[in-house]
Design a protein around this ligand. Structure first.
Ligand code: FAD
Length: 478
């Protein structure tokens, strides 16, 4: 390396790794004294990445604000720019004379885009160095004995753990090289990530604080108070039993490697750690099928006879007005807080695809727009898993009964009462099936069914038969 290159400014490009702790690319970029450009690019061009939905944009605003403040405390500046990443990165390198660029790796379509950008930069005389930072095991690192990727989680996870030690986390830099004077970006507000007219984000503000420090506090409190009961209580949506780290992980405010090592000596954390394995597995699947948000992983589902789109029915599901309390509670939790409990995600996704026979892509898109943790791998993976079209999926013919799911996982109705308050005065016996309450009970609870709360939009038994027939039709056509 010439001294010219050693003194030239360096670039670290932040993407889904909005943190200082355990950020290998950032640490490498900080070696030496050359000035450092710290860049974030908001790319809505859909070239290699998916345009973020509304709730995720709200989160991103908070996360970038928090990162900017943390960097400012170390004398640095986050340069925020907008536009197709390929153009923005190429331009900033030309503008600043950067000769070495660093980033943490992305995968699937985003990985292809990064390879194109690296090739552009090499041509312009700028070397690139990339790092593993956001998964425990990168998608290509886990292979069967025959060198094949996996389609079954249990085999994948066994093989992953045989591939060797997970790297040690790196500590955050104590000091950062100076910024380049006179280099400017856009103010965060100019990205217009927050909703204004109307401002629907009140519930999100009440529920969350994006940013690295809240992520690590959440991990600490989870490990101190809740991890021991996680395996037993994680399916009960009224319990604060899970970590709620998903949006922090989605935006890389906390590293899975940091979490892995923080739980190394906790036997009781095994189940929790295996959920991080599912996250890796979803990325392993996305790397095999980058179009997973649009294309069935099992192609016999291409012939599935989904119902013709019915806006009114879809709207009832989206707004939590199906008449099935556990489904409605989940959909309202999502709308109000930008998050939904995992068990209930499975129930509402099953209800959409099986009871309503609506193509899973409609649900996936709604989640993409409304979840603060909307994730390019986990979201389509979760939808295809429930719909039956995915890798290692739940069989299509396993159809959740929303009443039984409610009674089993929300036995005293606390979750339903929190999000469907208009039926909150029904006795526990009826809370998951208000249509079976007696006229006297309904009156005592102040409910007129069909007026204050809907009657079920489909009958469970009929819907179940219809969806099993649709499944048979697909199998016969295949
Ligand atoms: C239809 C459907 C859609 C989903 N969409 C998303 C999504 O867009 N983003 C997302 O992060 N998760 C998604 N999930 C997975 C799961 O519901 C959430 O990760 C989990 O509810 C987040 O809550 P938590 O952080 O408290 O999880 P915890 O139980 O505390 O788990 C810790 C972490 O492990 C990962 N994890 C947990 N469960 C899963 C899982 N089943 N699959 C993959 N990773 C998992 C998450 O990163 C999570 O934060 C979806 C699941 C379904 C059924």
């Amino acid at each position: 390396m010439t001294s010219d290159t050693a003194d030239a400014p360096r670039l670290f490009w932040f993407r889904d790794d909005l943190r200082l702790d355990d950020n290998p690319g950032l640490v490498a970029a900080c070696e030496g004294k050359a000035p450092l450009v710290l860049l974030y690019v908001l790319d809505d061009s859909e070239d290699g990445t998916r345009r973020l939905g509304g709730a995720a944009r709200w989160w991103l605003h908070g996360s970038l604000g928090s990162l900017s403040r943390d960097l400012a405390a170390l004398g640095q500046t986050l340069i925020i720019r907008r536009g197709p990443a390929r153009d923005v990165v190429r331009d900033i390198v030309a503008e600043t004379g950067v000769r070495r660029a660093f980033w943490n790796r992305r995968y699937a379509f985003a990985g292809d885009l990064d390879s194109d950008i690296a090739a552009d930069l090499e041509k312009a005389g700028c070397a690139t160095e990339t790092f593993s930072a956001n998964l425990l095991f990168e998608p290509d690192a886990v292979r069967s004995g025959k060198g094949e990727p996996f389609r079954v989680y249990s085999a994948y996870w066994r093989a992953a753990q045989r591939t060797g030690e997970i790297r040690n986390p790196v500590t955050p830099p104590k000091a950062l090289p100076p910024p380049l004077p006179d280099l400017s970006g856009e103010p965060l507000d100019a990205l217009a990530l927050l909703p204004t007219d109307p401002d629907w984000a009140g519930g999100l503000r009440d529920a969350w604080q994006p940013g690295e420090s809240d992520a690590s506090e959440r991990l600490e409190s989870f490990l101190a108070d809740r991890v021991a009961a996680y395996a037993k209580r994680r399916d009960f949506p009224a319990d604060p039993a899970t970590s709620k780290l998903s949006p922090h992980l989605r935006f890389g405010e906390i590293s899975p490697v940091r979490i892995w090592h923080a739980t190394a000596d906790m036997r009781e954390a095994q189940k929790f750690r295996s959920e991080l394995g599912w996250r890796d597995f979803a990325w392993h699947a996305l790397a095999q099928a980058p179009d997973m948000a649009r294309t069935n992983l099992r192609d016999e589902f291409d012939g599935f006879p989904w119902a013709a789109p019915d806006e009114e029915i879809l709207r009832a599901w989206q707004m939590g007005r199906t008449g099935y309390p556990i489904v409605d509670a989940g959909m309202r939790q999502l709308w109000q807080t930008g998050w939904m409990h995992n068990r209930v995600r499975m129930v509402v996704a099953s209800f959409l695809t099986k009871h309503l026979l609506i193509d899973w892509r409609h649900g996936e898109q709604w989640f993409w727009d409304t979840l603060v943790d909307a994730d390019p791998a986990n979201n389509p993976f979760g939808w295809q898993w429930v719909a039956g079209s995915g890798f290692d999926a739940q069989p299509y013919f396993r159809i959740f009964n929303p009443v039984l799911q409610g009674q089993k996982f929300d036995p005293d109705g606390a979750y339903v009462r929190a999000f469907v308050p208009e039926i909150g005065d029904l006795p526990d016996r009826d809370i998951h099936k208000p249509w079976e309450a007696s006229p006297m009970e309904l009156k005592a609870a102040g409910i007129e069914l069909g007026v204050d709360y809907p009657t079920p939009i489909v009958d469970h038994r009929e819907a179940r038969e219809r969806s099993l027939e649709a499944y048979q039709e697909m199998r016969q056509a295949d």
